[in-house]
Design a protein around this ligand. Structure first.
Ligand SMILES: *Cc1c(COP(=O)(O)O)cnc(C)c1O
Length: 388
């Protein structure tokens, strides 16, 4: 149905994948809320047999994300963690996976508490140091798994360099692209093999669903992930697939505003006397700025900052009126979190200090409200946090 006469991702967000419904002309893909499909005759079916294996609504989403990321196939899962678990199921006992030091806590947890029990090892490395990383790739290492920017300090990893390193050692490169989305960064273009999303975040965009996606760039991976998806069954439901397609349509306009606000807030914070440090990849003096500028459209809309020691962070959080204190990110509403006690609480105190996740660190997922009103809320909270 789609005429595919477009080049820009802004159009692909709306017209990509499988557009509308052939039977009725509906401009939206219908929600095929069915578990099974009547077969035409014995051994002869419509292409659909059972919805764990295939569902038209989910397929439309999967085709869409594959197109957006520039891969050959996409897969939709019940959560970002289900997507990550499916990808990690590619490996077997004796294999080892290198993860970057700021990887999402749940990724670390599933490796450390589940996959380790099956003999799949991991090691945490600084993926910003490519020379050192090269030396860490021993024979048992079968993949490098990175995020860029990585949570919560927005650490930037050179994706092309990681892809090249993986190719050199004939292992897989995997990128969790949740923070950037294909609108801002397309890892497969740099030679990355597998892209993962927690679509719960920007792709869904409205804090109303939990979903995960996987995109691959190789025939062999296409078959293996399809097999794992069907065999382990962590699929996304038809209604949630519909919601996600709906969310993706506005990803471009949302992100334009998210980023515009983030840039405003970052420069407001940099110039504020109460602020010790700002972590935002869109700032020219941010370490990794150059690499990020090379591989992403801009600095995204996630940032972190630290107040000087004479400001009370607890009072800061209490002083916010507009911005909600919550886990998660990427929704239309601005959210703030305290990494040390929330998202990164499972990391021991000493290690947190070592890597820079201090007690005073504040992470902000910049929403699409009026930028000046987000700033006014932060200003109010900073004033409230002044110790006297
Ligand atoms: C939230 C998140 C996940 C996990 O996704 P869920 O949808 O919550 O299961 C994985 N990676 C990153 C970077 C995330 O932010």
């Amino acid at each position: 149905m789609s005429k595919k006469n477009y080049n820009d991702i802004s159009t692909a967000l709306i017209h990509g994948g499988i557009y509308g419904d052939k039977t009725t002309g509906a401009v939206n893909v219908p929600i095929y809320q069915t578990s099974t499909y009547e077969q035409i005759s014995l051994g002869h079916h419509t292409g659909y047999e059972y919805s764990r294996t295939g569902n038209p609504t989910r397929e439309a989403l999967e085709a869409l994300v594959a197109e957006l990321e520039g891969g050959i196939a996409g897969y939709a899962f019940a959560s970002g963690m289900a997507a990550i678990t499916a990808v990690l199921s590619l490996f077997q006992s004796g294999d080892k996976i290198i993860i970057s030091s700021n990887v999402y806590g749940g990724t670390f947890r599933v490796l450390d508490k589940i996959f380790k029990n099956f003999g799949i090892g991991y090691s945490i490395e600084d993926t910003t140091n490519l020379e050192e990383l090269d030396k860490k790739i021993t024979n048992d290492v079968k993949a490098i798994f990175v995020e860029s920017p990585a949570n919560p300090l927005m650490t930037i990893t050179d994706l092309k360099a990681v892809a090249n390193l993986a190719k050199k050692h004939d292992i897989l490169s995997i990128v969790d692209n949740t923070f950037m989305t294909p609108y801002l960064q397309r890892p497969i273009e740099f030679g990355i093999d597998i892209v993962i999303h927690s679509a719960t975040k920007y792709l869904g965009g409205h804090s109303d669903l939990i979903a995960g996606l996987v995109v691959v760039n190789k025939e062999e991976l296409k078959e293996r992930i399809a097999f794992i998806q069907n065999a382990t069954g962590g699929i996304l439901q038809p209604f949630d697939s519909f919601l996600l397609i709906r969310g993706i349509k506005t990803l471009g306009v949302r992100l334009d505003r998210h980023v515009e606000n983030a840039e405003k807030i970052a420069s407001y914070l940099v110039n504020h006397e109460a602020v010790k440090k700002v972590y935002y990849p869109g700032l020219k003096d941010f370490p990794g700025y150059e690499i990020n500028a090379k591989q992403a459209k801009n600095g995204g809309a996630m940032l972190a900052f630290e107040l000087h020691d004479d400001y009370d962070v607890k009072k800061f959080y209490d002083g916010l009126e507009l911005i909600a204190l919550a886990e998660s990110l990427g929704g239309v509403e601005s959210l703030v979190c305290h990494p040390a006690s929330m998202t990164h609480a499972s990391i021991p105190y000493e290690i947190r200090q070592e890597v820079g996740i201090t007690e005073g660190l504040i992470r902000l997922s910049v929403g699409i409200e009026k930028g000046e009103e987000i700033i006014a809320d932060i200003e109010r909270a900073i004033q409230a946090s002044k110790e006297n």
